[in-house]
Design a protein around this ligand. Sequence first.
Ligand code: FE
Ligand code: CA
Length: 524
Amino acid sequence: MIDLEKNATTTRLSRRRLLLSGLAATSLGHPFLRLNAQPASRELFTLGVASGVPGSDGFVLWTRLAPEPLQGGGMGDAPVDLRWEVADDEGFRRVVAKGTAIATAEFAHSVHVEVRGLSPGRWYWYRFTAGGARSPAGRTRTAPAENDESSQPLRFAFASCQHYEQGYFAAYRDMAAQPLDFVVHLGDYIYESSHKARQVRRHEGGIPTQLAQFRDRYALYKADAQLQAAHAAFPWLVTWDDHEVANDYTNDVSTRTADPAQFLAIRAAAYQAWYEHMPVPAGMRPRGADATIYGRHRFGRMLDLLLTDGRQYRSHHVCLTGRSASPLADCPDRLAPERSLFGAQQEAWLARELAAPPARWTVVAQPTLLAEADRKRGPEHGYWMDGWDGYAAARARLLDALAEHKARGGNALVASGDVHAFWAADLRQGDAQQGPLVATEFVGGAITSEGPSAASVANMLAKNPQLRYGRADRRGYALATLDARGCSVEFRAVEDEKTADSPVGTMARFSVERGAPGVHLESS
Ligand code: FE
Ligand code: CA
């Protein structure tokens, strides 16, 4: 055990602290800034700080020590003591909780501190100290008490799909300035592969398959100052989609790796690197290639957020003629009842949650467009097999559960990502166009990843009346506000994601009434 602070002499320490505290405040945009060649004096908190999984009495605090973020972290093999403190004021005059966490090489010198014993529904500030260096401060918030009946509105953002090469994270700068209670990330936090067209910056290295490579990829993304700002401003709830591991993978199958055992080794490395970089509790730590990350998150009586995992337990693709899930296809296999996107166990859990006495609102946070979407031009039908249309029976079961939920007084919203477009959709039980309305879906665009053409969006809108609004020419994210009477959703659009300081504005605003699901377009 090395305690960097205890090993340093007082004089060196105080000089270093002075230098580093100034650096910590200004170096967010310059993760590679170094003061001098002395290892202990280098910036340690290059990846910022984060908090997540807010409960009514606490949250998870995260950071990772990484003086050489793109070369394995640069921390060596020794464990390091890291002090953390939580205050109920921005100036840290009233520290209400503190402790020490041990950052080890096994988890790339990341820490996941589970703070408990705090008060519900209020802001806190936190920071870390290690080796005489102090991290930037983060702000976070506890959830309201579980039995809190207050009609205080709840506000959150949801986002997905942030290809580093395809744009800057201006959307996150905008998000960080919003009055939010929390943020939900729906996956594609990193991309494993490159997209050659219209790059504004580049991945280092090729497609990761080893733990060290996944770590460096996360570090590249997390060194981004605008992403760090959104993490430092609110607690996040995160799930993953495919690109955290490999494009369009399903369970143990990836088009890129023929042998499932070999692919599971890649998945294990990818899941571990995900854990090391996310503000999630030790309970979500992978065991080999398995990690349980789905679950319910309660925000008083206002909201039950049901966060799902759409990749780990999926049935393999069907109806494909080639190896890719992208070309449109159709065949009876896609309707097979045994096919599942969540897997039997997670499906059963979700059905149980939806059958329980409802909060005012229920948000099912899940990776990809749930609404049926015939994407083929002309009179023929064609579906994207990596989406819910490849798992039609499982979708019908989910819509049945949502119908039962509504019958019990529940009000369900579905928050989705993955498809690099903004969509608002009416979700009906049974027939997608004629059945009874049971829930309302919003797909919150992509932070940077490029989307389908205007022609393909227009075609989807024309063929699928349940899709009430669609745009794919802008990147961005969604803001949702829930209160006792209704819900409002804003689509925030980045003017030009190829510019780091691009303006961001509201492109469309929707409302959903409690007790009456369905999309109402308020303005666009
Ligand atoms: Fe994506
Ligand atoms: Ca995806």
